[in-house]
Design a protein around this ligand. Structure first.
Ligand SMILES: C[S@@+](CC[C@H](N)C(=O)[O-])C[C@H]1O[C@@H](n2cnc3c(N)ncnc32)[C@H](O)[C@@H]1O
Length: 288
């Protein structure tokens, strides 16, 4: 495992931005705020509701709720990991927001809340860490009141641009071997990061009885010129604290010398040239 990141709060504060320059970081933060506002709007929040942000991390969605409603709603910050809840509590204590927020440490696979409790439930980038999404959706259904709304944002990582699509056979030794390995681990049905599509989320939500499901898929295209350092960071930055980096994934197929040579060839092929990368995302709304 990479030593870059030990826990979720560190990953959220530092690791996820580690391969970005200041301009990319600023763009990413603007994008996160836009995503937050879209999820809050989808959830159709109203004064007096019981609302929860599950897998809240550093509280992107929950703090958005507090900014809009302060103590006029009953808000739960919830995460599987205490370090995230501690971080949110610390941020909250440093703001002037009046609130009556609660903090709930629970795994979304088995939520410590009674049936029919919440009016609104939100997640952002949490499903990518859950192997059995359908089981989590049945928990969300259980704890929502009738007509309650689940609103979420999720990256569809399995359908992002892959390295082999940016490269050609004559730039990379053993191109076909690396392409085969990348295809295999990006389509692994046991890997929570990639074992789903917008269609499978829709199917799972309907199968646990949500009556009205809308999934709005968007493709974001980003054009930029990577440096050698950016490319090194693509390979060594873990996508989550408990997940293998790209380099570690390739090391399951090839020895270190071959993987290091591949990274050098990718750097030679792509650094200082413009590239275009597509990322697919989904905004989800489901009504009980
Ligand atoms: C990519 S972060 C997203 C954090 C936050 N929602 C945001 O939008 O910035 C994923 C979050 O999911 C949490 N998480 C991962 N697995 C979980 C599980 N099984 N149950 C509850 N939370 C989980 C992590 O602790 C982390 O805070």
């Amino acid at each position: 495992m990479s030593g870059t990141c030990k826990n979720w709060s560190t990953w959220l504060k530092k690791t996820r931005f580690s391969y970005m320059d200041e301009n990319q970081k600023e763009q990413t933060i603007k994008w996160l705020i836009a995503v937050r506002d879209s999820v809050l709007n989808l959830a159709d929040l109203q004064i007096g509701q019981k609302i929860a942000d599950f897998g809240c991390g550093s509280g992107l969605l929950a703090f958005g709720v507090l900014e809009r409603f302060e103590d006029k709603v009953e808000l739960i910050f919830s995460d599987k990991f205490q370090d995230c809840l501690d971080e949110c509590q610390k941020i909250l204590s440093e703001t002037k927001i009046k609130n009556n927020a609660k903090f709930l440490k629970t795994d979304v696979s088995n939520i410590k809340l009674e049936n029919n409790y919440l009016d609104r439930l939100m997640t952002r980038s949490v499903l990518v860490h859950i192997k059995n999404k359908k089981q989590v959706f049945s928990e969300f259904y259980r704890i929502l009141k009738q007509n309650g709304i689940y609103a979420a944002f999720e990256p569809i990582i399995s359908e992002n641009t892959r390295y082999y699509e940016l490269l050609t056979n004559n730039q990379i030794s053993d191109y076909e071997d690396f392409k085969k390995a990348e295809k295999e681990f990006m389509e692994n049905p046991n890997d929570p990061l990639v074992n789903f599509s917008a269609e499978s989320l829709d199917k799972d939500l309907l199968e646990v009885n949500f009556s009205d499901v809308t999934i709005n898929v968007q493709i974001a295209s980003s054009k930029y010129i990577p440096t050698k350092e950016t490319i090194t960071n693509w390979f060594i930055t873990p996508p989550a604290p408990d997940q293998k980096s790209m380099k570690e994934r390739f090391l399951e197929y090839f020895d270190e010398k071959k993987v290091n040579n591949y990274i050098t060839e990718v750097q030679n092929a792509l650094s200082n040239n413009p590239i275009e990368i597509n990322s697919k995302t989904a905004f989800i709304k489901a009504i009980k």
